[in-house]
Design a protein around this ligand. Structure first.
Ligand SMILES: C[S@@+](CC[C@H](N)C(=O)[O-])C[C@H]1O[C@@H](n2cnc3c(N)ncnc32)[C@H](O)[C@@H]1O
Length: 443
């Protein structure tokens, strides 16, 4: 049987040193090793917990490193400290002795002794206090392990209180949300089918299509194989509702992999009309095709296209509705992808804005008069969200914001849906941070 801590260390090293995505790196290790359900959960806890608290753990651990240490040693110390500080069920001596054994196995006697010395000293000495950081913004950045530039950006755009809430919410564990495939049946039927296969769910917090998984793994069920649901964050489920495709419509989804919103739109159209789904990566296109097949949908066409050039592929005014679920900085999905906190740079945000503009510019002529254009991102950054919409409207007076969006969203979002746009903040309704704008072409 594989050792969960050793695999967690390898996974963390893949992410922190080799820039792997957290979900891919973790799934890869889980699939290739013989692990109990408990071990899988423990591994996920170690990987996500250590990543989410990386800066804080470093703040505590750094004074104990005398001289340079190898990257894996630093990560092993952080992972062990995470267990000591955050996991009630793990005795300190067990965490330390397991870490020493891993260090010895991986790096020989020298590293075993080194890790032992660092961890023993840590358990004997008081850790540094966050109160020593005088600047409030800097303290919040370290306490919640967010880059200082991001805390500053959010504070400026949304105020300090909202920033604190978001930063704390980003370190909470996420429950899996799934979306019923309306072509197969109702949410209640799905819930019962899963229950019969040992998976417990409850209704979602926001979306009428959502179930939240409380116990069991729905991905291992026949219900999954038979295409009864799609795994998707609840905020993301609101996008197809915002677009509200009509039966028999012609819909363009410009950036569609892995197909969450494409398939939702196709389901809402009940196998009528056509959804033209594009993405710029071939391997991602395969994911859409797999999902379309599993969900049993017959009204989706996929093809490889750069969304910034879609005006060269289609006639003007040829779509009833277009979705631009744009590539973005991903600052709304830090709960699920904490490595973004460590890798994203402010300059990345400016580069992505240009792509968002180019995509919007390319597809604007393709919307029919009276047609709908939905722009969405999974980020919390005004420059990529409402400011981009403002920019677009200035250049395209033939479009206007669709004030009726509010009627297509859950009632609890009414107050924050303004002028055909809504910004969801991470954690507010246990969802990711998300932005949706709905525009109508008037001329
Ligand atoms: C936010 S994700 C889309 C998620 C998808 N709509 C869903 O609901 O599953 C953005 C997608 O845009 C794709 N992308 C990035 N640049 C693109 C471009 N120039 N043209 C088309 N797709 C692009 C990425 O490969 C990525 O799959």
């Amino acid at each position: 049987m594989a050792n969960a801590r050793e695999l967690a260390l390898q996974t963390l090293t893949d992410i922190l040193v080799n820039q792997a995505y957290s979900n891919h790196a973790l799934n890869d290790k889980i699939e290739k090793n013989d692990l109990t359900v408990q071990d899988k959960n423990f591994m996920a806890e170690l990987v996500y917990g250590t990543l989410q608290n990386e800066q804080l753990l470093n703040f505590y651990a750094a004074p104990f490193f005398k001289g340079k240490v190898k990257a894996w040693v630093r990560i092993l110390i952080q992972m062990t400290l995470y267990q000591m500080l955050f996991l009630d069920g793990v005795p300190e001596h067990a965490a330390v002795s397991e870490a020493v054994a891993i260090a010895k196995k991986r790096g020989g006697q020298f590293h075993g002794k080194l890790v032992n010395a660092i961890l023993r000293e840590m358990t004997r000495s008081p850790l540094a206090s966050l109160d020593t950081i005088e600047d409030e913004t800097q303290r919040l950045a370290i306490e919640t392990s967010h880059p200082l530039w991001l805390i500053k950006l959010w504070s400026k755009q949304f105020g300090q209180e909202k920033t604190q809430q978001m930063a704390r919410a980003n370190n909470e564990r996420v429950k899996m949300a799934i979306r019923v495939n309306a072509v197969r049946g109702t949410r209640e039927e799905l819930k019962q089918r899963l229950q019969a296969e040992g998976v417990e769910c409850k209704e979602g917090y926001l979306s009428e299509d959502a179930l939240i998984v409380l116990k069991g793994n729905p991905l291992k069920t026949q219900t999954f194989k038979q295409g009864w649901f799609y795994v998707q964050d609840e905020a993301s489920m609101l996008v197809a509702r915002a677009l509200k495709p009509k039966h028999h419509a012609r819909v363009l989804d410009t950036c569609s992999a892995p197909g969450g919103k494409t398939t939702h739109i196709a389901e809402m159209m009940r196998q009528t009309g056509k959804v033209y789904a594009h993405d710029i990566y071939e391997h991602k296109l395969k994911l859409i095709e797999e999902n379309v097949k599993r969900l049993g949908l017959t009204n989706v066409v996929t093809s490889l296209q750069d969304a910034t050039k879609l005006n060269e592929c289609y006639d003007k005014e040829s779509f009833d509705a277009i979705l631009v679920d744009a590539p973005c900085s991903g600052l709304g999905i830090l709960r699920r992808h904490p490595e973004i906190k460590l890798t994203k740079k402010p300059s990345d945000l400016d580069e992505i804005v240009k792509i968002q503009e180019n995509i919007l510019e390319a597809v604007a002529p393709l919307v029919k008069v009276q047609g709908t254009l939905v722009y969405s991102t999974c980020t919390v950054n005004r420059k990529e969200n409402d400011k981009r919409v403002e920019w677009f409207l200035n250049k395209h007076p033939e479009f206007e914001l669709d004030q009726t969006l509010v009627s297509r969203l859950p009632e609890v979002l009414a107050a924050q849906t303004k002028n055909g746009m809504v910004q969801l903040f991470p954690g507010d309704y246990q969802t990711d941070g998300f932005f949706i704008a709905c525009l109508k072409r008037k001329a």
